[in-house]
Design a protein around this ligand. Structure first.
Ligand code: C2E
Ligand code: CA
Ligand code: CA
Length: 541
């Protein structure tokens, strides 16, 4: 097939050349014979004939030269053009090839590498681990550490995404230098990274290595002119002990990381089988949480908040309790975060509101300043239907909003300040008083305080417990109280456990206190007994 057109063009060339030659010979001979005959008709003079013969020869040469010029030029032109076209086609082909190689590389880069840090992404990680396991069927031993930046979300929200990206890139750049092939550092997305170490010698060696890696990035970063001390929570899983394939390894390292977070962050946790049990239990709890309301398993405890100047109870904080039929008491922090994740928090908040409203009349509400505090989860606050829902509950139960304080955590507010301001303003219009809960735990700057239409700040227990030990915190507390008072806000100190702490917060003019020292959270009837006891003591004074 391939040869056919070539043969034909060769044949054509020979044929055309032969035709030209035959034509040329015929014309030549005819010219020679006929021209002599024609000339003889006009003259026979030998001298004339000689001249005419010379002219005829010159004329013939000139004509044939022209004809040959035309034919050769035409052929050479064709030839040169063909070569040039071929050359161009070849260059185009080459460029096309280069382009497609480039495109292929680019697609590979996009598919397997992270754009921000240039690190391999999760797909590359999965491929590397899977192919390593396949090529080392007997002796593969892989260490897998999954970690993220503690409080990254806050930094992102307070400082903006560009600063968040900068931090991620800085962390990646610092680690990149340390990790050598064939080991791999991958970015899984967000602030999450994985380091996989191949041909591991032992868990101990692995732990020493990764502890050193993490220690090298556990430090102060200057972000947009502010200093942030950055810590990490990490989970470790090993192949083949903790998982026989990539996905299981990943899931188990993730469970270990969640454990590191739950234990207070800034640490490395190694996966163990108990965690599988824990994950199973959490799923179980979630299922049971859905029926807890119908089964009447929730109750409210209240903890008094006392005035430091008059030794008087000015409010009670409602704290939910879950009495599980088989597991017993489950602390709110455990199930609230689960409920937040699966959307059940709306039903819980509704239940708390309605229960607090039901028990409301028994409190000394005739006292002008007495209030009942209710905790509003960050997730609820940010939901678009929060205000409409709340409004429904208020009218259904005829709630006097001026007798209630809503406690909103500081981290919820800094998550989206503009939206928070908008929601808080609406809440205030209903008559609610607003307290900023767990104050001092976020990465917040104090300046946003003046923007928020709140009434009270509640200084977090962790802060209070450290003031007796650290003079630094002591100064910060003093500044916080001064600033709050300057902004006409009242200050509650949470988690007061000792007389020394009371002395200290009194000396800095904190207005109110709450804590085990005065009274633990208890059912309403018992808190009312506590009130009576306080009255008695006062009378006796
Ligand atoms: P929170 O709002 O900061 O509540 C104060 C927590 O500190 C309560 O824990 C309380 O029992 C505890 N506490 C009070 N005084 C002391 C003290 O002197 N020492 C110590 N060690 N602890 C003290 P609880 O009841 O376990 O609640 C924990 C968190 O769960 C609450 O923190 C709040 O964020 C959340 N929570 C509780 N009830 C509700 C609720 O009805 N709705 C929502 N969304 N969250 C709730
Ligand atoms: Ca609270
Ligand atoms: Ca609190």
């Amino acid at each position: 097939m391939d040869n056919k057109p070539k043969k034909k063009s060769e044949l054509n060339a020979t044929e055309t050349s032969l035709k030209i030659i035959v034509f040329y010979v015929i014309i030549g001979f005819t010219w020679i014979l006929l021209s002599d005959q024609v000339i003889k008709l006009f003259t026979t003079d030998p001298e004339d004939l000689e001249i005419i013969q010379s002219v005829k020869g010159i004329f013939y040469v000139a004509i044939t030269a022209l004809v040959f010029y035309y034919i050769i030029h035409r052929q050479l032109d064709l030839y040169v053009n063909t070569i040039q076209t071929l050359k161009k086609a070849y260059i185009d082909l080459d460029e096309g090839h280069n382009k497609s190689v480039k495109l292929e590389n680019k697609l590979f880069q996009i598919a397997y590498y992270d754009e921000l840090t240039g690190l391999p992404n999760k797909f590359m990680l999965e491929e590397k681990i899977t192919s390593y396991i396949e090529s080392h069927p007997k002796d593969a031993l892989i260490g897998f550490i999954y970690f993220d930046i503690d409080e990254f979300r806050n930094i992102n929200e307070v400082k903006g995404h560009a600063v968040g990206d900068y931090l991620i890139k800085s962390v990646a750049d610092l680690l990149k230098e340390k990790i050598e092939e064939p080991n791999i550092l991958a970015r899984m997305g967000g602030d999450e990274f994985v380091i996989a170490v191949f041909s591991l010698q032992s868990l101990d060696v692995f732990m020493t290595t990764i502890e050193a890696y993490l220690a090298s990035i556990r430090k102060t970063f200057i972000l947009d002119e502010d200093h942030f001390f950055i810590t990490y929570s990490a989970g470790v899983a090993l192949y083949p002990d903790h998982g026989k394939d990539y996905l299981t390894l990943f899931r188990h390292a993730d469970a270990a990381m969640s454990m590191a977070k739950a234990k207070g962050k800034d640490q490395i946790v190694i996966f163990d089988d108990e965690m599988v049990l824990l994950i199973k239990q959490q799923t179980e709890i979630l299922t049971q949480l859905r029926t807890a309301i119908q089964h009447n398993e929730f109750s409210l405890h209240y903890q008094p908040i006392l005035s430091l100047t008059h030794d008087d109870v000015i409010a009670v904080e409602a704290l939910i309790r879950w009495n599980h039929p088989t597991k017993g008491f489950i602390p709110p922090l455990e199930f609230i975060s689960l409920a937040e994740k699966n959307g059940f928090i709306k039903d819980i908040t509704e239940w708390v509101f309605k229960e607090a409203a039901r028990q409301y009349k028994a409190w000394p509400i005739e006292r002008k300043s007495f209030r009942i505090s209710i905790n509003i989860s960050a997730v609820m606050l940010m939901q678009d239907n929060f205000i409409p829902n709340l409004s429904k509950w208020i009218s259904e139960d005829n709630i006097d909003c001026s007798k209630f304080t809503l406690e909103i955590t500081e981290t919820a507010v800094i998550h989206d300040i503009q939206k928070s301001i908008h929601v808080i303003k609406q809440l205030k219009r209903y008559g609610f008083s607003i307290a900023l809960d767990d104050f001092g735990t976020g990465y917040s700057s104090l300046t946003y305080l003046q923007k928020l239409p709140i009434d009270t700040i509640k200084i977090d227990r962790s802060f209070i417990s450290s003031i007796t030990e650290s003079t630094d915190d002591f100064h910060v507390l003093r500044y916080m109280v001064e600033l709050a008072h300057h902004l006409k806000l009242e200050v509650v100190a949470e988690g007061i456990e000792t007389p020394e702490q009371i002395q200290m917060i009194k000396s800095y003019f904190v207005d109110y206190a709450q804590g085990y020292y005065f009274c633990k959270p208890m059912p309403q009837t018992r808190v009312l007994e506590y009130f009576k006891m306080l009255e008695q003591v006062k009378k006796e004074k």
